[in-house]
Design a protein around this ligand. Sequence first.
Ligand code: FAD
Length: 470
Amino acid sequence: TPILLWLRRDLRLSDHPALAEACGAGRPVIPVFVHDEMVAAAGAAPRWRWARSVASLAAALEDKGSRLILRRGDALPTLRKLVKETGAGAVWWTRLYDAEARRIAEGVKAGLREDGTEARSFPGHVLFEPWTVETGSGGYYKVYTPFWKNVRSRDPGSTCPTPGKVPAPESWPASDKLEEWGMGDAMDRGAAVIEPHATVGESAASHRLGAFMAHGVQDYATARDLPGQEGTSGLSENLTYGEISIRSCWDSGRRAMEEGKKGAETWVGELVWRDFAHHLAFHTPRLTTANWRQDWDAFPWNEDARLKEVRDWKRGVTGMTFVDAAMREMYVTGRMHNRGRMIVASYLTKHLMTHWRIGCDWFADCLIDWDPANNAMGWQWSAGSGPDATPFFRVFNPETQVEKFDKDGAYRRAWIAELSDDPPDTALSYFDAIPRHWAMDPGDAYPDEPLVPAGEGRRRALEAYEKRDF
Ligand code: FAD
């Protein structure tokens, strides 16, 4: 009987444990992508990007004599129906670790088993399974450095072979048409602007990794902090949809370490931050929705996303140039440099004293590399409410950050049209990327003063912090 391979954030053929085992099982394999409750709940940019990834995998499967069956509906009833139609005896998938994905998969597992269908999950989304990395006393790590020390020299196992052919069933079940799902419809900003900034699919991802290993990794430790340069791999959008396996990134990084490439260990350490975030999401499911440190519930956050200051932050018109450059980079490219993410998150949560969830949700709508665990951990780290967070009293000063990380102004010039007489295309394209109803124009005046000046914001945040009743 056929195996249904339920694909979600594992849209690749190489180093795919569930696919490799299915192809070696001597049974037909029916790959399926379900537009389920998890996909339906994703933000506008992630859904748009997800569809691109699905299309790319569908084409790659055709080259292997297979197909990608598309179905829409909640995961369990949709898979049940497909099992019935195809006579499949098993449904296999790759494990995810955030609360929502797990809730859905646990429902699928229980439901299918009740029906007598084999339901089996596989590793592949992280380097190490969350239950295999333990502190000396048997708990999970809440701090990154000891976590890193624990896994630094571990072996995540060898990569699986890419199947030469994916065994097809005698007849294929019907499939929806991807275009009819309208996965880009919620983009009230210009998808055409983001399009050239996305690097979609498995072969593009693997090329990207190769190019980074050849040219980028050497200087990564310093270049990664300069948002005006391309000093990082850019692989997050590929990793989030599983277009490349984290293990092949690890292998390349380790090889580069052995070759003595200077930045390689720092880069491998960043891959481990990704595991750290997923492990935390697994062990403390509230990471993605609520303050990880529950005493932070008492902090007087602004929780009203309609306030002008939140609106100005979203639109990149706070008058704090580093913040605005980063927010604009996000609308145009669907990505934001890590330094930018830290600065805009600090400005929103500390200077504007706004709840991190508002920023976290906004990123979830705008980022093509949106990842539930990385995003929530990044926000809680920035806000001070997370495990291993930057202490609240360490308020990033967006003005001194500029001096350190964008001294020559390359980043700000690239993204803020109002700052120059002859703005570059990147900065101008912001006005095509934003929702029309924002009614913004490159001729608009840029704020003379920041919404909340660096010193004043810091003072206000620290006062609230010191008065806190927690
Ligand atoms: P590189 O620097 O080349 O690093 C390689 C890979 O390591 C990345 O692709 C990513 O998978 C992982 N990685 C690097 N830094 C981190 C980190 N701090 N935490 C976890 N994993 C990391 N990352 C996302 O993938 N999706 C998100 O939605 C996301 N939201 C964030 C929100 C905030 C507020 C902050 C502070 C960080 C967030 N990050 C997120 C982490 C980080 O900013 C991005 O992973 C990084 O900018 C991606 O660029 P890159 O692929 O060139 O990374």
